[in-house]
Design a protein around this ligand. Structure first.
Ligand SMILES: NC(=O)c1ccc[n+]([C@@H]2O[C@H](COP(=O)([O-])OP(=O)(O)OC[C@H]3O[C@@H](n4cnc5c(N)ncnc54)[C@H](O)[C@@H]3O)[C@@H](O)[C@H]2O)c1
Ligand SMILES: [Zn+2]
Ligand SMILES: [Zn+2]
Length: 341
């Protein structure tokens, strides 16, 4: 079957590999749409691990339901791309997102579990979720990143009237802005280094205002409406610069949620964190409940996600799409792959 594999730093290769075979009750399915995620872009840039077939944001149809007797050929599904152990205290507490093994065999995140940048994939049966008929394939592929943003907003504990700063206006930041407003924030600002993405966040209604992260006057500008700092800051980029900005922009005893991930350790102004008694929280993926909530919100048309999609490309177009998404200047934030094209 045709797929896309990591070949080196910023280099992907369209190749042919053996299709998945029946094993351990896994569900074998045919991909309809797969999202290119910001996390995939870290792998794309680093070129590691070589040979990885990425893709954890999927819409697919069942070919072989494996051990899932409730599924049949042709059913449309998505999946939580995680591999919780089911035995640890976190799993027993229904919080698989913080199980120590949850990323060991993540779909499209491990060489042993090739993902959705391919014509076919196989998925751990208990992670597969059948989706309602009134969702388009593209919406289904957006469930996973939307659930990440929902989790971030839940972790922030937004209250009615809050002023919220989102740092990083990629798809995760833009959807987090949308959910922050739904949660009652009366002012949402986005800080972005890419002006195209910043302006787009305001145009799509994800933020009330955009601030240029690279402007030397950023620290003054960003707090012009909040002389005492933001109630909640959500870092959807995740490097030393953005986490430092988050701590500086937050009000004393406010909350900073870290969603963005860096491949390197980050350094922060710990004096600000300590002396302003800032609550710093992580946000890991989503709970099963949050994942299902997103599907329900989409089915009930409570959220409009299709406006965030910039392009849909075939497997041969993934290299170019990843270059666009890492250019720092292109305003595209979400590109889907159609592996059948
Ligand atoms: N915690 C989790 O479970 C989880 C899940 C999914 C994604 N992520 C991470 O969340 C992050 C965001 O994902 P995405 O898909 O939106 O990625 P993305 O790369 O598209 O978005 C990051 C944005 O940050 C902007 N940026 C860069 N430097 C900046 C700066 N100094 N100030 C402000 N903005 C800056 C970039 O221009 C870009 O628009 C990634 O690091 C991804 O790995 C975490
Ligand atoms: Zn993702
Ligand atoms: Zn566990």
């Amino acid at each position: 079957m045709k797929c896309v594999q990591i070949a080196g730093p910023k280099r992907l290769e369209v190749t042919n590999i053996k299709p998945p075979v029946e094993h351990d009750g896994y569900v074998i399915c045919e991909l309809k749409k797969t999202g290119i995620c910001g996390s995939d872009l870290h792998y794309f840039v680093s070129g590691e691990p070589k040979g990885l077939v990425m893709g954890h944001e999927i819409c697919a149809t069942v070919i072989n339901p494996g051990s899932r007797k409730d599924l049949k050929k042709g059913d449309r599904i998505t999946a939580l791309p995680i591999s919780p152990c089911g035995k640890c205290p976190q799993c027993k507490n229904n919080e698989p997102e913080v199980c120590p093994h949850t990323w060991d065999l993540g779909l499209g995140l491990s060489l042993n579990t090739p993902g959705g940048y391919a014509e076919l994939t196989s998925i751990r049966p208990d992670m597969v979720i059948k989706v309602p008929n009134n969702l388009t394939d593209a919406e289904v592929a957006l469930v996973e990143p939307t659930a990440v943003s929902l989790r971030a907003v839940h972790r922030a504990g937004i209250e009615i009237g809050d002023h919220v700063l989102i740092i990083g206006g990629g798809i995760i930041g833009q959807i987090a802005g949308m959910f922050a407003k739904k949660a009652g924030a009366t002012y949402v600002a986005i800080s972005e280094a890419n002006p195209g993405r910043g302006k787009k966040a305001v145009r799509l209604g994800s933020a009330d205002e955009y601030f240029d992260a690279l402007d030397p006057a950023w620290a003054v500008n960003v707090n012009k409406n909040n002389p005492y700092g933001y109630d909640k800051v959500i870092d959807c980029c995740g490097n030393s610069a953005t986490l430092s900005s988050a701590l500086v922009a937050c009000k004393p005893q406010g909350t900073v949620v870290l969603v963005g991930i860096s491949m390197e350790p980050v350094s922060i102004p710990d004096i600000v964190l300590a002396m302003h008694e800032i609550n710093v929280k992580g946000a890991a993926a989503y709970t099963v409940e949050e994942f299902k909530q997103v599907i329900q919100m989409m089915a009930e048309k409570k959220i409009d996600m299709l406006k965030y999609i910039d392009d849909i490309v075939p497997l041969d177009g993934v290299q170019k799409a990843c270059e666009r998404l890492t250019s720092g200047t292109d305003d595209a934030i979400k590109i889907l792959i159609d592996p059948s094209k």
